[in-house]
Design a protein around this ligand. Structure first.
Ligand code: SF4
Length: 371
């Protein structure tokens, strides 16, 4: 049993655990129960959810964990759009929702309950992944878990990433990216191949971190963790998404960009995405309600071809050019890419388009596999 007397800060608000009747005795439920023992949360109530329950309604304060039997597809395509260049990432769906609270988080629009869902039927997940990845060992996959949750925010209790890393040892055609804003490196113990796991952290300007990323680990902690991984032989990914337009953004993004290279070298970075703040129509009122001080949502936004609003193109390009120029001065090059931008924006900022790299999906696959 892991000795955890204190739980990390992201668990402070968790006040209840729900578990599907069919999942009460599975290894994941036993592990979470064991790991909560001996912590400040050892006495939180567990409630069994009877088979056939449509929806769990949690009305108390804080948040609840929900260990659920998931019946859908575990391996999915990232919800990109044909209108812009999408990176072709595949998602391993391990759960939904996040205990952290970033004001810009899209998950607020997806999940309006306060349930942190964990798919506890890992046997089904590994069966599906084994069938997919084993069908053609020559086919490469670049996968990640950080789309509908943070990859590591619940790791302390679930060990999900540790299990995935161990499972993928037998599938060298797969590279797993673990994208997070917390520090939990316990998965490293399961990693026998440093070239098949890409630990990834999102970064932002210090002002954005301080005002808009509640409960997350500091930028320095993230960079220290990236350095630890790089020193252990892993290549890391760093992501600037969302880039926010606020007074003082130049100084802020310059500061964090310069900081990066005190911790890692450009050649230790497999890739880095740059994405301007995007918002589906229903997200803005949710941000207004949940984070009334978030002023960056009042700017010159225009609807894009995918229905999401984006900052006016000249302003996006202004920010991208500033950041790319500074990153290039530190030695960054083809590992930078845009998340959901057009060929025109690529050409204007980078001076080339994804087609010049052989396509974004292929390019990132090559970077992920170190080819
Ligand atoms: S860490 Fe990621 S998933 Fe969690 S609230 Fe922040 S943006 Fe959302």
């Amino acid at each position: 049993m892991t000795d955890l007397r204190e739980l990390p800060r992201q668990f402070h608000k968790i006040n209840k655990v729900y578990v599907d009747e069919s999942m009460v005795d599975v290894p994941m439920a036993r592990r979470v129960r064991e790991r909560l023992q001996g912590t400040v949360k050892q006495d939180i109530p567990w409630e069994t959810v009877p088979a056939g329950t449509d929806r769990v309604v949690f009305e108390e304060d804080g948040q609840a964990l929900y260990l659920k039997e998931y019946k859908g597809k575990f391996l999915r395509f990232c919800p990109g759009t044909r209108a812009y260049h999408c990176c072709g990432y595949r998602i391993i769906h391990i759960g939904e929702n996040c205990p952290l609270a970033c004001s810009y988080c899209i998950l607020q629009a997806y999940f309006q309950d306060r349930l942190l869902k964990i798919w506890a039927n890992q046997d089904a997940l590994f069966r599906e992944l084994g069938d997919a990845f084993g069908a053609d060992p020559g086919k490469q996959y670049r996968v990640g878990t950080g789309e509908f949750t943070d990859s590591l925010a619940l790791e302390h209790l679930t060990g999900y990433s540790h299990d995935l890393v161990a499972f993928l040892e037998n599938h060298p055609n797969v590279v797993l990216e673990l994208k997070s804003k917390v520090i939990d490196l316990s998965w490293m113990k399961a990693a026998t191949r440093t070239d098949r796991v890409l630990p990834a952290w999102s970064l932002n300007a210090p002002w954005v971190h301080e005002h808009e990323e509640i409960g997350t680990y500091s930028l320095i902690e993230r960079l220290e963790a990236a350095r630890t991984c790089a020193e252990a032989g892993f290549r890391v990914c760093l992501h600037f998404d969302p880039i926010i337009y606020y007074p003082g953004w130049r100084e802020g993004y310059a500061e964090i960009i310069d900081m990066i290279f005190d911790y890692v070298k450009p050649e230790q970075i497999a890739y880095m995405s740059l994405g301007s703040f995007r918002s589906m129509p229903q997200l803005k009122p949710i941000i207004e309600q949940n984070f009334p001080k978030a002023s960056y949502i009042y700017n010159e936004f225009v609807p894009g071809l995918d229905g999401k609003t984006r900052l006016l193109r000249p302003k996006r390009v202004e920010q991208f050019k500033f950041m790319v120029d500074r990153l290039r001065r530190h030695g960054m090059d083809k590992q930078m890419y845009f998340c959901m931008e057009s060929t025109e924006v690529w050409n204007e900022v980078f001076g080339y388009a994804p087609a010049d790299l052989g396509g974004l999906n292929r390019h990132l696959m090559n970077r992920a596999f170190g080819e």
